[in-house]
Design a protein around this ligand. Structure first.
Ligand SMILES: [Zn+2]
Length: 78
């Protein structure tokens, strides 16, 4: 057992998200996810310059940006 970083509840050692307050316990993992998302966005931006389907790529970037904002918000809270 370990203590939740946020609400100090006793939670499972393996728990990634606290079952009590739903906060993420593994900040390092979230940072990695943020880096991966930023990398994916960067690749898509490059592809949007290379590719001819610019409008389609923009839609994809918007969709991924929406997801990454959620992830970053989660990371900033955690
Ligand atoms: Zn908690």
């Amino acid at each position: 057992m370990k203590k939740c970083k946020y609400c100090k509840s006793e939670i499972n050692e393996e728990a990634i998200v606290c079952p009590i307050c739903k906060r993420n316990q593994n900040q390092r993992r979230n940072i990695n996810i943020a880096i991966i998302i930023i990398g994916v966005i960067f690749i898509i931006v490059i592809l949007s310059f290379i590719g001819k389907e610019v409008d389609k790529t923009k839609d994809e970037i918007d969709r991924i940006n929406g997801n990454s904002v959620e992830q970053l918000e989660d990371w900033l809270e955690g």
